[in-house]
Design a protein around this ligand. Structure first.
Ligand code: F3S
Length: 525
């Protein structure tokens, strides 16, 4: 879910409202009016972003192309499955075929709660013209991870499931928590903001424990990292929601999933089935765009992803010209390039799947046969990358402020990334005869990844901590997006996704190092 979670959670809550008892509807209305008075200055208006979340700048895509003009292709369902020109006849609504067992569940023969879950999943699939449900494999990953007041109706749905003893088909991983008051230094006022912004967090965590969620130590949006191990076999149908994990899973691991709203993935996991449509099908995985990357040097991966996402929005791109930066295969060392690029396509657009010529599994198997007839082409050269990078607006509430924090790791960093940043920063400090960085650097990574670095390079970790670098397994965007935070903190980041969803400013690694060493913005930045 993620930043857009505020929107997507609201949409699934909305979609499921028809199934809710009166008690829950009343609570939903109460919750909507309960945005912290301290933070919001009053109740949220229907349809408006709650005041306490106002610094979450955006949801996935805003309809503007890489040239800043409205994108004619903008027509996203946010599932990763663009359905252009589909006509709906209300007199003949689509009805998928169910097996006898599925129909029995729908008819309530296995309990009331499971019947409601099945109805929601089937209705969702019918909306997209799915012909059937398919069995899910591997393990679920859940992007329902932050609990502001308006998720109460969703939590009530899951409490009802728990009352009937429902559990997911396999233990599941969950996105990071939206705050970490132990490892990210937080002032009393900021702590109050967190508790007011996410008052239902403990209830949500408790729900995960009872439904089959794995422990808090495995919390991460990058569930596929070796240290977390939620990496199903290629070709497996899963129902994931975290846009960066969906994007990486479909593209790099060869999984088959659409982009589910936070909560909808968990409903699918409770019945172990999902509607078969979109990116699960061979047809839905065909590319409508050829992205011809003609840069003379290795591109900035986050900006390249942003350019692609803004251009193709929700279509599948086939990317040529970048396989040379991978030496023929995807490894633990170079996977972060795809993680940066892919998550940026998913955040700046709504890309749920991309292919890289000669590199990613579908492209290795089928090559350019993946391009549909009449595909469009978008050429990305150095000038295009440069233009987009330089065009990013400064969204800080005080434009000429000095930076106060540096965020590395959205999506969560790999082992290689935190090692790289440790060596980069401690090396730069040594070169300048400086002991500490001027502003704190937060490395967002799962706890087992941090422990991996501690095992392999304990002295580096010691030096990193002494230099002012710290580790946390929270979601930086959900923290930074809280109202109040953006008025006092001026963050810089290496994540184009974090840039897209928060007022944090995006810089390349060399500029970031200069910023953290000096605590100042370099001239012209
Ligand atoms: Fe992960 Fe949060 Fe970024 S869930 S991808 S750190 S927005």
């Amino acid at each position: 879910m993620e930043r857009r979670s505020f929107i997507k959670t609201a949409s699934i809550a909305g979609a499921a409202l028809g199934l809710l008892p009166e008690r829950v509807l009343a609570q939903a209305k109460k919750s909507a009016a309960q945005a912290s008075p301290r933070a919001s200055g009053g109740a949220s208006k229907a349809g408006a972003v709650p005041g306490w979340a106002k610094s979450l700048t955006d949801t996935d895509m805003d309809g503007l192309g890489p040239d800043g003009k409205p994108e004619p292709n903008y027509n996203a369902t946010r599932t990763g499955y663009a359905r252009k020109g589909v006509k709906h006849d209300p007199a003949k609504p689509h009805r998928m075929k169910l097996t006898k067992e599925e129909q029995d569940i729908l008819d309530g023969k296995k309990g009331k709660a499971l019947a409601k879950v099945m109805k929601t999943v089937v209705d969702f699939g019918n909306m997209f013209g799915a012909p059937k449900l398919v069995d899910l494999g591997g393990a679920p990953h859940c992007s329902l991870f932050n609990a502001p007041p308006f998720v109460q109706p969703l939590l009530d749905i899951f409490e009802e499931c728990i009352e009937e003893g429902l559990k997911t088909y396999e233990p599941y991983t969950v996105n990071p928590r939206p705050f970490d008051l132990y490892n990210v230094e937080t002032q009393p006022d900021e702590m109050a903001m967190v508790f007011e912004g996410y008052p239902l967090q403990v209830q949500l965590d408790y729900i995960h424990v009872r439904l089959g969620g794995r422990g808090l130590n495995s919390r991460s949006c990058a569930c596929y990292l070796p240290e977390i191990g939620n990496k199903p076999e290629p070709g497996t149908y899963v129902a994931w929601g975290e846009s960066s994990a969906v994007n990486y899973g479909n593209s790099v691991l060869g999984l088959r999933t659409n982009r589910y709203a936070g909560g909808m993935e968990l409903l699918c996991a409770l019945i172990g089935k999902a509607p078969y449509f979109g990116l699960m099908t061979d047809e839905g995985r065909m590319a409508k765009w050829l992205i011809d990357v003609k840069t003379k040097k290795e591109p900035d991966w986050g900006v390249l992803g942003a350019a692609i996402g803004m251009k193709v929005v929700e279509d599948v791109p086939f990317i040529a010209g970048i396989d040379k930066y991978f030496g023929g295969e995807i490894t633990d060392e170079n996977m972060s390039k795809l993680k940066f690029m892919g998550s940026s396509t998913a955040a700046n657009g709504a890309v749920g799947l991309y292919h890289v010529e000669n590199l990613t599994p579908d492209a290795k198997e089928k090559g350019r046969k993946l391009l549909v007839k009449g595909y469009q082409t978008y050429v990305v050269d150095d000038a295009e990358i440069d233009r987009i990078y330089k065009g990013y607006p400064n969204l800080w509430s005080k434009k000429d402020a000095n930076p106060t924090r540096c965020y590395i790791g959205c999506p969560h960093s790999t082992y290689e990334e935190i090692r790289y940043w440790g060596e980069l920063v401690t090396g730069a400090l040594k070169k300048r005869g400086q002991k500490k960085v001027a502003i704190p650097i937060h490395l967002f990574t799962p706890i087992p990844v941090r422990n991996h670095l501690l095992d392999e390079h304990p002295l580096l970790v010691r030096d990193m901590k002494r230099a002012g670098m710290s580790f946390s397994n929270m979601c930086v965007v959900m923290f930074t997006g809280l109202k109040g935070y953006a008025e006092t903190e001026f963050a810089v980041t290496n994540s184009n996704k974090c840039r897209k969803y928060s007022p944090s400013r995006y810089f390349s690694d060399d500029v970031l190092v200069e910023i953290v060493l000096t605590g100042k913005m370099p001239k012209g930045a």
